[in-house]
Design a protein around this ligand. Structure first.
Ligand code: WTA
Length: 662
């Protein structure tokens, strides 16, 4: 643990504010305190009961088959269709006229309300259209779309025909898209001409065109007309490109969903790991849908009849998968889906949406909360947000100040805040307060929810005593767990199950601490993964991007603490001989060039906050880069112990040369 983490932690643990559940909420809560003990006593029985939330074509014979650990099978023998569960069954139960999605486009007034009956028609049409394009069960379909209803429709259409989707966040570049298309061999890409960001139309289709020059796996590209922008001179290929309005709008609204095995692949979601190559996290159908729908109902105390739910995540991340698409729709709730940025065209945009639609449950990330804190409470104070009853946080540790501000300014001190810890790999929320049960502590994710068993352990895998820190682990399998890394079973075993092999624990890659009451405080990654604004980025991936530039000889990337984004990317670069002339100006031009290069290789989200050109990197005698020292420089601290460096004068050079940066 770095000195700074230890200091933050010491401050955190001094936090002694407690927020009891509101009495009314506790009385009517979906889940009560006894659920923990009941689930601990019969975990499989607990998950069998949770699976009753879904409609199964064939019931399972066995809840869990762990005989081939760590390869799990949940609900063995069960068959179901995920899209049927998210859409059709609500229509069949007479709730077809209920609004599924209040869609809010970024341009003001550009809205659409979609009922469950309409959603069923659109998903059926898209399923028919994808089938007509040659997609069959088991084929992969990539989705590269803005936050428009077609994104939800396409995901469900894929689920309906058993074609695993892989959604690629619109902020990823053509290169990043190409490597994902290639890795999962996506046959079809669904995209749009563009989307709106801060009032301007920003293009998407050209990135797909460019990606197709790097991989030849794609057979068809289905294009939604969203902005109407010009596609450019060579922006349309008749042999490959198909307009959504031609293929989908004319397709039949009749489509019979087929039941798939509970372990049929539902989707692949790429996430950064500790190597340069992103991992394709595979989720399957039955367990994932049980996990996402149960947790959405339990953790947000969901009352599907009356709640209006809003999760601000992008569909390109796992939060959008579990808590915009699968969890909420399986639960038949009404939700808001918003296309744009939080403060466009005005700083109160989000709060206006909450007031306009009477949002009752709101789920967002600490980075967003911190940026609103900076604007002051005057902006949210202008809006009536008295409809809110529960607030959620996800993606990164929430600092107590942000938690208290969120509860006070946004939630009017009525609303419990659920700080939910989970990962792309876990598929669903694992550690979180329950709003009707837990007395929340600002900054703590508290305890594993019923049915989940987690712990904090030392290097040897022993549970640490209260008051100590260590590694966060999950000690028994859970329904929505990842099943493998797409195409790489060995990497799955190595990454998650080899660290604590003897105990059979899942290694999450996060550090955590148990406080004196045994409650869990998640501290952040212990591996080479950074968390920037709640987005996972790999240091190695950015280093590879930098060294792929002809002027770069070597690079080291660290995640430096940042008051706004949690962590920020800071890169140290050694240039090749002759890459630059003398003087500042040349250095600055190179820094700009390298920054653009990272943007091109990975995407705008990976752009370093700072690039420093250095003569050497601090290495141990065995050649290992000492990132701890680089983090000290990046965070403006006195550089720590340098005695293990092969050449201890290097840190003086690096600290002195800080001027050359973006
Ligand atoms: C971090 C997002 C502290 C953590 C759902 C984890 C958190 C990574 C929290 C997963 C939280 C997520 N408190 N840290 N409540 N939630 N994290 O895969 O480091 O994008 O390993 O999934 O985010 O990020 P991912």
């Amino acid at each position: 643990m770095s000195d700074q983490t230890a200091e933050t932690l010491a401050n955190l643990l001094k936090e002694d504010r407690r927020f009891e559940p509101p009495a009314e909420l506790a009385e009517a809560a979906n889940v009560t305190a006894d659920a923990y003990a009941a689930a601990a006593e019969d975990r499989e029985g607990f998950w069998a009961a949770a699976a009753e939330r879904l409609s199964w074509d064939t019931t399972w014979d066995q809840v869990l088959d762990w005989s081939n650990a760590p390869f799990a099978k949940w609900y063995v023998g069960g068959r179901l269709n995920a899209a049927y569960n998210c859409v059709d069954r609500h229509v069949e139960a007479g709730r077809g006229d209920k609004v599924a999605i209040h869609w809010v486009g970024e341009p003001e007034g550009d809205t659409r309300d979609i009922t469950y009956a309409q959603l069923k028609d659109e998903v059926s049409q898209a399923a028919n259209a994808l089938t007509a394009l040659g997609v069959r069960a088991g084929d992969r379909v990539a989705i590269y779309l803005p936050m428009i209803p077609e994104a939800v429709v396409t995901m469900l259409a894929c689920a309906r025909i058993g074609a695993p989707h892989t959604v690629v966040f619109g902020g990823f570049s053509a290169d990043a898209l190409a490597s994902r298309l290639d890795d999962c061999q996506a046959k079809v890409v669904v995209t749009a001409d563009g989307g709106y960001r801060r009032g301007t139309a920003s293009a998407l289709k050209p990135a797909v065109d460019e990606a197709r020059t790097k991989t030849d796996v794609v057979e068809k590209v289905l294009v939604v007309r969203r902005t109407g922008q010009d596609l450019g001179e060579n922006g349309w290929d008749d042999a490959v490109d198909v307009w959504w309005h031609d293929a989908v709008d004319s397709a039949s609204t009749e489509h019979t969903p087929e039941a798939f095995d509970a372990e049929h692949p539902l989707y692949v979601m790429y996430t950064s790991g500790t190597t340069g190559k992103p991992k394709g996290i595979l989720h399957t159908t039955g367990g994932y849908l049980v996990g996402s729908s149960y947790t959405h109902w339990a953790v947000f105390d969901l009352k599907p009849e009356t709640d209006v739910y809003w999760c601000t995540a992008d569909i390109g991340w796992v939060t959008g998968h579990s808590y915009i698409v699968y969890g909420p729709l399986a639960n038949g709730v009404t939700q808001v889906l918003y296309e744009g940025t939080p403060d466009s065209p005005e700083p109160g945009r989000w709060w206006k949406i909450i007031a306009d639609y009477g949002v009752t449950i709101f789920y967002t990330a600490p980075t967003a909360i911190r940026s609103f804190m900076k604007q002051g409470h005057e902006v949210p104070d202008r809006f009536d947000m008295s409809s809110l009853r529960i607030l959620g946080s996800v993606g990164e540790p929430i600092n107590p100040e942000a938690y208290v501000w969120y509860r006070h300014v946004i939630g009017g001190d009525r609303t419990p805040v659920v700080d939910t810890w989970w990962q792309t790999e876990t598929g669903a929320i694992m550690i979180s307060p329950l709003p009707g049960v837990t007395a929340g502590k600002p900054g703590s994710a508290m305890t594993a929810i019923p049915g989940i068993e987690a712990d904090v352990v030392d290097d040897e895998g022993n549970s640490v005593p209260n008051g100590s820190g260590g590694y966060l682990v999950v000690t028994s399998p859970w329904p929505s767990m990842l099943r493998t890394i797409w195409g790489d079973d060995q990497r799955y075993v190595d990454t998650y199950w080899s660290r604590f092999k003897a105990q059979g624990y899942y290694f999450a890659g996060d550090g955590a601490k148990k406080d004196d009451d045994g409650d869990i405080w998640v501290l952040g990654r212990v591996d080479d993964v950074m968390n920037v604004s709640g987005h996972r980025l790999s240091t190695t991936e950015i280093e590879s991007a930098l060294v792929s530039h002809p002027k770069v000889a070597e690079s080291a990337v660290v995640g430096a603490t940042d008051p706004d984004t949690g962590q920020a990317v800071v890169a140290y670069v050694i240039l090749r001989d002759g890459a630059v002339g003398d003087g500042d100006l040349d250095d600055r031009a190179i820094v700009r060039e390298l920054s653009d290069h990272v943007r091109k290789e990975i995407g705008p989200i990976a752009k370093p906050r700072q690039i420093m050109i250095v003569p050497e990197l601090p290495k141990t005698r065995s050649g290992k880069i000492m990132r701890r020292l680089l983090r000290d420089v990046a965070e403006g601290r006195v550089v720590g112990d340098t005695t293990t460096l092969a050449d201890s004068s290097i840190m003086d050079l690096i600290s002195a040369g800080q001027a050359t940066s973006t």
